[in-house]
Design a protein around this ligand. Structure first.
Ligand SMILES: [Zn+2]
Length: 178
């Protein structure tokens, strides 16, 4: 499970999935909104991110239809205004050590998915609580990408300065969400 309070975003899903089956009329099809897209990445590498997302959407196996009880439904995906992605290395839990660690130029800035062009807004780092306190929730920071300067700015509310912190091109950014 993601540490995020993703329920805050339920009105802003990444995509809508509709199950279409020959047994039902269109108005009765099952639809659900999906907030977070979890992509298993094969290594510490996002250079093929666009293809990984397309593969995720293009799973061709038929799905179970709750109405006719057959394995005969197809998924129809409609992407929305943004994509919220979680990149998870394979065979890992959700420990902090399994985040991606990339230089700014290794993070994809634009991808095209289902005829929509998506531009990176930023990546999110999660720092686990350092004490074994069940009420501790950890700390999030955001690295926002600014297209006009092609630079990342770090936003961290634990920093005392209110000025943007520019991220060096050689800095390794550790993150899980983008
Ligand atoms: Zn059916």
């Amino acid at each position: 499970m993601a540490p995020f309070h993703f329920w805050l975003l339920t009105k802003y899903p990444s995509y809508t999935e509709t199950l279409i089956c020959a047994c039902s009329r269109k108005k009765n099809n099952f639809t659900r909104d999906v907030v977070l897209i979890t992509i298993e990445v094969e290594s510490n590498d996002l250079s093929t991110l666009q293809q990984m997302i397309m593969n995720f959407f293009e799973e061709t196996e038929n799905l179970y239809c709750r109405r006719c009880k057959e394995q005969s439904a197809r998924r129809q995906i409609n992407v929305r205004n943004h994509l919220l992605l979680e990149a998870v290395p394979p065979g890992t839990g959700n420990t902090e050590n399994n985040d991606l660690i990339l230089r700014p130029d290794q993070i994809p800035k634009q991808i095209r998915v289902m005829n929509s062009l998506f531009t990176l807004r930023g990546v999110i780092s999660f720092i686990s609580p350092c004490v074994e306190d069940m009420t501790a929730i950890g700390h999030f920071t955001a690295y926002c990408w600014r297209a006009h300067t092609d630079r990342f700015e770090l936003y961290d509310d634990l920093q005392s300065s209110t000025k943007p912190i520019y991220v060096k091109t050689t800095t390794m950014i550790k993150f899980r969400y983008l």
